[in-house]
Design a protein around this ligand. Structure first.
Ligand code: COI
Length: 357
């Protein structure tokens, strides 16, 4: 199917639920836009892409993804610019990452036309759901799961791909207290940590809850071999400002290649900051903190964008970091990135996909 040949049929809602949305009071992930895109994979090809009202899907109890976890997802955001156009941020990067996850989970690649045209048609139809409010966006959730009714363990031969969207405000309402995880691991070299696979998130819940019971919002994952090097925090990539330099662990088979991560590093370089992608050890963080050189710490992710970290706990010690308003690099990069996403600064890297209404 080529991009210009595909026109996705749409069944529209009779009554929009948009009146339920209070643009000034949007909680993350609780209210969903009117429509969703759905396509199915059968006998070696994607078929029947269509748009229909957002609603339940009926599944057999034997649906294989429910048992063996062939299930992947993406997260991206759309913003509104001053003219009312919709600006999608780096959608093709999400498309490529979805297919990388699909490959690792032994699932079929999605076609670009279904992804991009489906997304564009869906957003045109649900344009009113893209909040014009500063600090808000339309969160877009593409996902794919195995649909064979079969309980033997083997890759499914049928899959469903779907996209639904939800207007969102901030993911975290306050600067985070995080704790370095000394025991559990999220991911091992050679594993599937780099894939946005549902099971990676499910397996992280128990250790995260243990930390939450100890008074921290999230944990910081360390490497699986020695618990010596920093990996990610919760569902975010992690960055530090150490002695004036922006430092982050390099992507690997254990770390998700975050699109916000990549954007933050690029914008920081564009603004003239020194960026280092290298291993960061727990010891280095502790020493830098003692020497007053751990100046900033923050997570990056689509949902959270840039989530400031107020405190890092390790080995019985809370390392309190400088006040958020004094954090030069993260505040500067966050503001600049926000301008690019909302069309207020030049899009020099061609990240923005504009949908003119
Ligand atoms: C994202 O940042 O989009 C994520 O995937 C995090 C999450 C809401 C699971």
């Amino acid at each position: 199917m080529s991009l210009d040949m595909l026109t996705i049929p749409a069944q529209c809602v009779e009554n929009s639920r948009i009146a339920e949305l209070d643009y000034n009071n949007i909680e993350f992930g609780k209210i969903f836009s009117d429509h969703m895109l759905v396509a199915d994979y059968k006998e070696g090809k994607w078929e029947n892409p269509h748009i229909r009202p957002y609603g339940n899907m009926s599944l057999s109890p034997a649906t294989s993804s429910l048992h063996y976890g062939q299930s992947i997802f993406e997260g991206m955001k759309a913003y509104r610019d001053a003219n009312g156009d919709i600006l999608l941020f780096r959608p093709l990067d999400n498309f490529h990452r979805l297919n990388k996850s699909a490959e690792r989970m032994c699932m079929p690649a999605l076609t670009e036309d279904i992804f991009m045209q489906g997304l564009e048609q869906l957003l045109r139809l649900d344009a009113a759901w893209v909040p014009p409010t500063a600090g808000c966006a339309l969160y877009i959730r593409p996902f794919m799961f195995a649909t064979d009714e079969f309980i033997g363990v083997r890759p499914s031969s049928s899959y469903r791909f779907a996209i639904f969207t939800c207007p969102v405000g901030a993911y975290y309402g306050q600067p985070l207290r995080v704790a370095i995880e000394p025991h559990y691991v999220r991911s091992v070299e050679g594993g599937a940590g780099y894939a946005k696979a549902a099971g990676n998130y499910g397996a992280a819940l128990y250790p995260a809850r243990q930390m939450q019971e100890r008074g921290y919002h999230q944990l910081i994952w360390t490497d699986a071999k020695e618990h010596k090097y920093i990996e990610e925090s919760g569902t975010m990539n992690l960055m530090f400002v150490l002695d004036g330099k922006l430092v982050t662990p390099p992507v690997s088979t254990t770390i998700l290649a975050g699109i916000t991560r990549d954007s933050v590093l690029q914008v920081a370089r564009d603004l003239g900051y020194t960026v280092e992608e290298r291993k960061v050890s727990v010891d280095e963080l502790e020493e830098a903190h003692k020497a007053g050189k751990l100046q900033e710490a923050f997570g990056t992710g689509t949902a959270a964008t840039i989530a400031q970290i107020a405190t890092i706990h390790h080995n019985g010690l809370d390392m309190d970091l400088p006040a958020i308003e004094d954090r030069k690099i993260s505040n500067h990069v966050a503001a600049e990135l926000d301008k690019i996403k909302t069309g207020q600064a030049p899009d020099t890297h061609h990240w923005v996909h504009r949908i003119s209404l």
